[in-house]
Design a protein around this ligand. Structure first.
Ligand SMILES: [Zn+2]
Length: 267
């Protein structure tokens, strides 16, 4: 089985799908291939590092987390080869083409991505919304050969069918007020792994996120301290979706252009 996480930034995976992936790894071992795609260059969002330095550090942090998490990591690239710029992602033809190629190349059974906000007053992050919108718009095109062959040249007289994945929208802390949830996965067993993976993102959890203010957090002083902070974060996710859960859970909603999909999603 193959599972794919597509999200906007370095660290988004650790805060959304990592627990569910880790539980699947426990269950399937070598039968599972997990891949994480980050759709931006990670250069925005630091208060004292240059853009280039920030991008380089964040890439190294993600690679360290990937080593712990045992997943394949990829940065999304436009057809030009360029990595999309953080903080101004839009659901353009180039972004759709890049996602189409990335999904077709891997042929996952499940894709995890951010949700589209249904609530017009929801607080959003432009990059998260762009990934959500592009993924939704490209969903039907996944099994349409040559939909983006002008961008990715190929022999147009040859095509093979491509498996269309179930698409799951993960809980998104940046969709304030607009998350829905109809699928919960108990990831308590993987909670220590999520702590270790997310700790790799030091330039975010110890530098940027405490500085930016909206997260109302102090830099963690130790791994134990971080574990407590992460626990509170999970509790907050649970509260916001109305689930009273004492163990850590991955929260998501099922979405796809194919219906009915919930029986498949719950398999
Ligand atoms: Zn993000």
């Amino acid at each position: 089985m193959k599972i794919l996480s597509v999200h906007a930034h370095f660290d988004d995976y650790e805060f959304t799908a990592a627990g569910t992936f880790a539980m699947w790894q426990r269950k399937l071992g070598g039968q599972l291939r997990a891949r994480v795609i980050v759709c931006t260059d990670g250069k925005a969002g630091h208060q004292f590092r240059t853009r280039d330095e920030t991008g380089k550090i964040r890439l190294q942090e993600q690679l360290a987390a990937a080593k712990i998490g045992g997943y394949e990591f990829e940065q999304l690239r436009y057809p030009s080869g360029e990595v999309p710029r953080e903080a101004c992602l839009q659901a353009t033809t180039d972004l759709l083409a890049a996602l189409w190629k990335a999904v077709r190349d891997f042929e996952p059974d499940y894709v995890f991505c951010p949700p589209l906000p249904a609530e017009p007053l929801a607080g959003v992050h432009v990059d998260h919304v762009a990934v959500a919108e592009a993924m939704r718009k490209v969903a039907y095109m996944i099994n349409v050969p040559h939909a983006f062959t002008p961008e990715f040249p190929a022999d147009q007289t040859k095509s093979k069918p491509c498996k269309v994945p179930v698409i799951l929208n993960v809980y998104d802390g940046y969709m304030s007020g607009a998350n829905s949830c109809d699928l919960v996965v108990d990831v308590e067993e993987a909670f220590p792994d999520i702590c270790r993976m997310s700790l790799c993102h030091q330039s975010q959890i110890a530098e940027w996120l405490p500085w930016v203010g909206r997260h109302n957090m102090e830099p963690p002083r130790s791994p134990e301290d971080w574990s407590k902070m992460l626990r509170r974060r999970f509790d907050r996710y649970h509260d916001k979706t109305g689930w009273r859960l004492s163990r850590a859970h991955g929260l998501m909603a099922a979405a796809s252009h194919e219906n009915p999909l919930r029986p498949r999603a719950l398999r």
